[in-house]
Each structure stands twice: as structure tokens, then as C-alpha cells.
Design a protein around this ligand. Structure first.
Ligand code: ZN
Ligand code: ZN
Length: 314
């Protein structure tokens, strides 16, 4: 196995390919990375319980909704509880394991409010009952509690042997989902490939060939994907001054803002889902500790718990 190496320029593409392939982010996104699953979970934290509510509010087809809800039940993130005897009907509730997704949901809300197209159906204002103030969720280092952004971290890469297995099956289904481009409902216009491409750029891949190599995406698919991300304001394509045929891809403010979600998702997948270390290891420069994110209240700086937060929806 390749040793952990601090990232330099130019990046070590082979190390990066193995690290991305075996990342908890990649494996977690395969099962939980489609937009519907993210939206169903956001809905749960907003109090949706009934099949019909997701169906009408999110505009998810009944077949897709049934499939995704069953998957979330199987993963132990939701559980069924009866709310009506005759005819017997069940509601879907977050389990203890499901409640651990709260940090991710808060980071999505922050992102959607700033950059999304469905801010109107999401909470417009969050209140922290513990301190009594309206607040904004803030990404912080759980070791030193300081507010932390992407530039406050450095990354080392160490591929995880147990997660290097690749299944063509899941790659194929991810491609099919990638081609579906529905914009209905709450939420994220970003999906698994978008998040993986953003991660590759965060780690230092800025050219078409580099991104294609480290993610193992076919050129035609990647070309479509990158141009869609440029159109959506998630990437900037700048001419490469050293080679006029090439572009340099850079993050935009909107894609930089996805970092909170990426790091919370990756940490959850490592700690609570796959029980494997992450191959992408951020370190907080200021305190020198391995960076484990938590989301805190902008007013009192305490970690946020779902039952201590109330909200308005417009
Ligand atoms: Zn720290
Ligand atoms: Zn507070």
C-alpha cells in the first residue's frame, strides 16, 4: 500500500486515484449519494413522516420514493411507526443512527439557502433553543471548536485496502442516475459525480485528463459533466496559458461552499456507516489535530442537536 504523502504540486495522480476510489466519500455516495435520498432525509428533519407528503412536496415518483424509503429502512436510518389503525398506515421516522445525519443536513440547508433554487421550501430561519437565538450553522473543528474552512486544512492521502474493491454494477447504476437530470423538489442540484469532481479539484486536479484519471470517468461523460458544472456555476474553466487547447478547472464560491457537506458526509460514512478510516485525511492547521467536523451555533458556539433547533418555513 502507498504510504501517506503530503500533497505537493504536481499531485501524485496514482496515489490520488487510489485514495479517491477507496474513499469513504465515494463508497458512501454510492448508497446515499443520489439527490432523492438526500432530499428524503432533509424532509425527515423538517418533520415529514408520511409517504404522501414526500410524494407531493418533493415531486418524487411513487416507485422511486418506495425504493429509496425501503433502502433507508434497510440501512437503519429510518424506521416505521403506525399512525393510523384502519386502514393501517405507517409513518417514517429517523432512528438514532438517522439522527447522526443532522450535521450533513444543516450544511445542505446552508448551501441551498445561498446557492440552491428551492430555498423557499427549506427553513428560512433557524433558532437554537439552547441559547435562545436565531443562528447560522457553522462548520468547526471538534478538537478546538474553531470555525474551519477548506483553507484551514491540509490533506494527506492514504488509500484504504478494504475499500479498493470496485463493482462495475454500482458504477453502471451511478451512470444511469447521472443522466437523469430532474430539478424538482427540495434540493441539491448536485449528485455523486458532482461531489466527486469537486473533491478531485479540492485535492489539486485542475485539468481534464487529471480529473478523468483519478475518478476513472470516460472522456465523453466527463466532458458533458464538466460543461454542465460550468453552466451551473459550480466550476470555472480558464484557458491554460501554457497550452491553448486545455482548460484549467477551478472551484467557484458555490462549489467551495459544498466543502462543509463533503467533509460531514465523508466523516459520517467513515465513522457510522463503513467503519473504515477515510483515505482522505484532513488536518486542522491551527491546532494540528486530525480534522473531525462538527456543526456549531454561530451565536453560542455549541454543537447543534436536532431537538434543540426549531425553524420557520416561509
Ligand atoms: Zn482544530
Ligand atoms: Zn446557540
Amino acid at each position: 500500500m502507498a504510504p501517506a504523502i503530503a500533497l505537493n504540486t504536481p499531485p501524485d495522480m496514482e496515489l490520488m486515484r487510489l485514495a479517491l476510489r477507496s474513499s469513504t466519500l465515494n463508497h458512501g455516495l454510492r448508497v446515499r449519494g443520489d439527490r432523492w435520498t438526500a432530499e428524503i432525509l432533509m424532509g425527515s428533519f423538517m418533520g415529514l413522516r408520511k409517504f404522501e407528503d414526500w410524494n407531493s412536496l418533493l415531486g418524487i415518483s411513487r416507485a422511486t420514493l418506495t425504493k429509496r424509503l425501503n433502502q433507508l429502512l434497510a440501512m437503519g436510518l429510518l424506521q416505521q411507526r403506525p399512525y393510523q389503525e384502519r386502514p393501517r398506515r405507517h409513518g417514517y421516522h429517523l432512528t438514532q443512527a438517522g439522527l447522526k445525519l443532522y450535521d450533513q443536513v444543516l450544511t445542505i440547508w446552508v448551501w441551498e439557502k445561498r446557492w440552491g433554487s428551492h430555498a423557499d421550501v427549506l427553513p428560512s430561519q433557524l433558532f437554537h433553543k439552547a441559547c435562545g437565538h436565531a443562528f447560522v450553522p457553522v462548520l468547526a473543528c471538534s478538537a478546538c471548536n474553531a470555525k474551519t474552512g477548506m483553507n484551514d486544512l491540509h490533506f494527506t492521502l492514504k488509500p484504504v485496502a478494504a475499500l479498493l474493491d470496485d463493482s462495475t454494477e454500482s458504477t453502471r447504476s451511478a451512470r444511469v442516475e447521472m443522466l437523469q437530470n430532474s430539478r424538482k423538489g427540495l434540493g441539491m442540484r448536485v449528485d455523486r459525480w458532482t461531489l466527486l469532481i469537486v473533491t478531485a479539484v479540492v485535492l489539486g486536479c485542475h485539468h481534464f485528463d487529471q480529473i478523468g484519471h483519478v475518478l476513472g470517468i470516460a472522456s465523453s461523460v466527463l466532458a458533458r459533466r464538466l460543461s454542465a458544472m460550468v453552466d451551473e456555476g459550480l466550476l470555472l474553466a480558464q484557458p491554460d496559458l501554457t497550452d491553448a487547447r486545455r482548460f484549467i478547472y477551478r472551484l467557484t464560491p458555490a462549489s467551495r461552499d459544498l466543502f462543509g457537506y463533503l467533509v460531514c458526509f465523508s466523516t459520517w460514512a467513515s465513522r457510522d456507516f463503513l467503519h473504515q478510516p477515510s483515505s482522505i485525511r484532513p488536518v486542522h492547521k491551527d491546532c494540528g489535530k486530525a480534522f473531525v467536523p462538527h456543526v456549531i451555533c454561530s451565536v453560542c458556539h455549541e454543537p447543534l442537536l436536532p431537538w434543540q433547533v426549531s425553524f420557520h418555513v416561509n
